[in-house]
Ligand binder design. Structure first.
Ligand code: C2E
Ligand code: MG
Ligand code: MG
Length: 566
């Protein structure tokens, strides 16, 4: 048994060592750490069977020592050592998840060894109970409780990253007759087979849960489009339908599925599961073996996704979009050197909608092309007006293009027309594309980009670092700038890894003659670090939120020098 003793007193540590030596057959390998920090490093690099933890350490107060150890090694039992007969503290430690406690100066080697062994056993039992409470006994899949935990957890991540998530609720068709005709053990075998087929369809990060007799749920975080979800549902159907042979019999099952989507159908786990369940019920009513997206019930309002899809066409015709502008700041002199335009939809019933709620749907419906055209025209006109009246260098305008717009043959003529109609100079326009968009169709994309670049338009890679492209591969494209994704900037001052990634991106980009913009700069210390690393431009709440044109004018552009910080 390998034990990590965390104890700052040499005398106490010696005592423990001698007590263990005293019991000849205890066979304990003892490693000693003097501080919590040291213990955490050891726990990360070596494996232990149990931690013997003193509650009077120099670098942490009493019970506070417990949580970091539990977080670092959730599977390892902890026995707390408590001095001066402080039963209350020791008891609290056990209530907070320690497996046992010992009073210093009490007992002998035999007692200590027994406590350590007992702690290991008790932890094992606790984990077993925890597993039983969170898994289905038959299939060993996560149960409803664990599903809900994971769903809440994924939702928090999807919210932060502006990503889509799908919940697929599945109920087997005509499963009861299988049980009734062939008996429960055949039914159980069939359920096991279904579980393993479902599991084979999903990625590591997806969750397959069994939440009722013949009900399964699949959780798909970070899906890229509604189309993808539809394809995935079809794949599940195909996986389930081949007959299975159980006890010499051929048994076929099928399933009805209901699908709900974040952010449109709901914002929390309960609602999303309920919507998926309701959609499954509709699928059943349409006959078996169907997968339906949630579309509301007669008693509930139409779900937002359908609302949005219905409204998109009208929105373009009726000018329901508005553009907000976010300043971009030069890291050399902290003046506003440009603006990025970000589209919003002023929905007559749903209020102001952000791009994550409608751009993915617009892309799938093919509506992104007219929307993009609208954005280009209005942004060029607006920024052209500002540049006509403002003293000093003209503002550069950044416009986002989605890969679907880009795949469209007309993109170059659309851009030409927008520039021509608004008399905006191509020199001051920069188009932002994501890495994924570029790589989708490399040859065609590089030709289109070449055409735009030859017109004098700048090309920037947006959200850089989140895709899979290497800087080397970007060499094939005529690119002028990189925008480092805000997920790297967010932790740059707390994560040495992220800081190193950003430093490397900046150095390599400069080596290739590219300008670098950091996105999502929110704090002064982020700005300072990015400046040291040689970042050329910055954008983020620290300098200004995206705002309506009137607001940008009054807050930034009309101040004399446009210096936002010094
Ligand atoms: P993006 O191009 O990466 O835009 C930056 C996003 O980060 C914006 O979100 C902006 O509000 C947000 N942001 C800016 N500074 C900060 C900061 O300091 N902290 C944090 N947490 N966030 C910050 P928004 O407006 O919701 O836009 C989201 C995405 O939608 C954009 O990402 C872009 O990919 C897309 N998008 C926006 N407008 C258009 C458009 O006209 N056409 C197309 N195709 N896509 C657009
Ligand atoms: Mg952008
Ligand atoms: Mg971005």
């Amino acid at each position: 048994m390998k034990v990590l003793l965390v104890e700052d007193s040499d005398a106490d540590a010696r005592l423990v060592r001698e007590m263990l030596r005293e019991t000849q057959r205890s066979n304990v390998d003892l490693v000693h750490a003097w501080k919590l920090g040291e213990a955490l490093n050891l726990l990360r690099s070596e494996s232990f069977d149990v931690v013997l933890l003193d509650l009077g350490l120099p670098d942490v107060m009493g019970l506070d020592a417990l949580a970091p150890v539990q977080a670092a090694v959730p599977d390892i039992p902890i026995v707390v050592l408590s001095g001066h007969n402080d039963d209350t503290l020791a008891l609290q430690a056990v209530q907070n998840g320690a497996q046992d406690y010992l009073m210093k100066g009490e007992g002998d080697g035999a007692l200590l060894t027994r406590a350590l062994r007992y702690a290991v056993e008790r932890k094992r039992t606790e984990q077993h109970i925890h597993h039983l409470a969170h898994h289905d006994g038959l299939t060993n899949l996560p149960n409803r409780r664990l599903l809900m935990d994971r769903l809440e957890h994924s939702l928090a991540m999807m919210r932060r990253a502006n990503r889509l998530l799908a919940v697929v609720f599945m109920d087997l068709d005509h499963f009861k007759p299988v049980n009734d005709t062939f008996g429960h053990s055949v039914g159980d075998q069939a359920l096991l087979e279904v579980a393993s087929r479902l599991r084979a369809c999903v990625r590591e990060s997806d969750t397959v849960a069994r939440i009722g007799g013949d009900e399964f749920t699949v959780l798909l975080p970070d899906v890229s489009s509604v189309d993808d979800v539809q394809r995935f549902a079809n794949k599940l159907m195909h996986a389930i339908s081949p007959p299975m042979s159980i006890g010499g019999r051929q048994i076929s099952v099928s399933a009805s599925m209901g699908i709900s989507l974040f952010p449109w159908d709901g914002d929390n786990a309960e609602v999303l599961l309920r919507c998926a369940d309701a959609a499954m019920y509709q699928a059943k009513q349409q006959g078996s073996e169907a997968a339906l997206f949630y579309s509301g019930s007669p008693h509930q309002p139409m779900p937002e996704r359908l609302h949005v899809m219905q409204g998109l066409r009208r929105a373009v015709e009726q000018d329901e979009f508005v553009l907000h502008y976010q300043p971009r700041v030069d890291a050399g002199d902290w003046t506003v050197c440009g603006v990025e335009t970000l589209v919003r939809w002023n929905h007559p019933e749903l209020g102001l909608l952000y791009p994550s709620r409608f751009i993915p749907l617009a892309e799938e419906m093919g509506m992104i092309v007219p929307i993009g055209e609208w954005v280009l025209h209005h942004a060029c006109r607006q920024v052209g007006e500002w540049n006509g009246t403002r003293p000093g260098a003209p503002l550069r305008l950044s416009v986002n293009l989605s890969s679907r717009e880009f795949g469209h043959r007309r993109v170059q003529s659309t851009v030409e027309r927008a520039l021509g109609d608004t008399h905006f100079s191509p020199r001051w326009l920069e188009l932002e594309l994501t890495e994924g968009g570029l790589m989708r169709n490399e040859l065609e994309t590089s030709e289109t980009l070449r055409g735009l670049h030859d017109m004098g338009i700048g090309i920037a890679i947006d959200d850089f670092g989140t895709g899979y492209s290497s800087l080397g591969r970007l060499r094939n494209f005529p690119i002028d700038a990189l925008k480092i994704d805000r997920s790297f900037v967010r932790d740059i001052t707390s994560s040495a890894g992220d800081a190193a990634i950003v430093a490397a991106i900046i150095t390599m980009a400069h080596g290739m003659g590219l300008r670098v913009t950091a996105e999502g700069v929110e704090a002064h210390d982020q700005r300072t670090l990015l400046t040291t690393q040689g970042c050329d431009e910055m954008q983020g709440f620290l300098f200004g939120h995206p705002v309506a044109p009137e607001q940008l004018v009054s807050s930034l552009l009309e101040t004399e020098s446009s210096v936002v910080l010094n």
